[in-house]
Design a protein around this ligand. Sequence first.
Ligand SMILES: Nc1ncnc2c1ncn2[C@@H]1O[C@H](COP(=O)(O)OP(=O)(O)OP(=O)(O)O)[C@@H](O)[C@H]1O
Ligand SMILES: C[C@H](N)[C@H](N)CCCCCC(=O)O
Ligand SMILES: [Mg+2]
Length: 238
Amino acid sequence: MPVMVITGTGTEVGKTVVTAAVAAAALAAGRSVAVLKAAQTGVRPGEPGDAEEVARLAGAVTTDELARYPDPLAPATASRRAGRAPVRPRDVAERAAKLATEHDLVLVEGAGGLLVRFDAAGGTLADAAELLAAPVLVVAQAGLGTLNTTELTVRELRRRGLDPAGVVIGSWPAEPDLAARCNLLDLPDVAGVPLLGAVPAGAGSLGPARFRSSAPHWLAPELEGTWDAEAFRAREAV
Ligand SMILES: Nc1ncnc2c1ncn2[C@@H]1O[C@H](COP(=O)(O)OP(=O)(O)OP(=O)(O)O)[C@@H](O)[C@H]1O
Ligand SMILES: C[C@H](N)[C@H](N)CCCCCC(=O)O
Ligand SMILES: [Mg+2]
């Protein structure tokens, strides 16, 4: 099934920007793409959510969102506070599977990190990925602290029998410090999966045309891009 789940080591790590880059690269390769934001929190009705942000940056994707709750919190908490029904992992899996019948690629973005709860029963994006048997891409931060959170995330994916597709750095600084540069070697080592890209800091502020033409160069061939991890490491002088 052409579904890829996009999680991160936490919130604000660049999942949406990476989702947009993967979508843009897939569109450039001639594939049809749907983006499903499982549960959108912290956004009011009528405001653009993460799925719309992906469409703004990447172009002609189908956007979908199962629910949105106004409080900028975990979906389980935000739905409880709103007095509204939560999104369950089964809902996410069913919607993604339906979109997969109509698109070449379906990207499912969670909220925050892998084990953020969607409902009072403790359902998470990891449960949805299990139902879908979908690979999971992990978006990680560039600098100090990311080795631990990335390894924890990938270990949990493996413990569940899920396939960690790889790691993408959500926001690569223009002037990477020592930790960020060393992480280009250490991240794939501790995670045991390839580094599949690095999206430059500020990419989300590029104009859509520039974002779309650049996106394939931030991502490895596994993600329809042309990015070369070895060349990137050499350029960054690790
Ligand atoms: N490469 C980037 N270029 C520009 N801005 C970025 C980049 N990565 C992250 N940001 C900014 O950092 C913030 C968090 O990014 P993003 O919305 O992608 O996080 P997220 O991991 O999707 O978080 P959430 O859990 O809320 O979905 C946003 O304000 C975004 O504009
Ligand atoms: C509001 C925010 N941007 C995300 N959509 C939700 C992040 C929930 C994180 C919960 C946590 O891990 O403590
Ligand atoms: Mg997001």
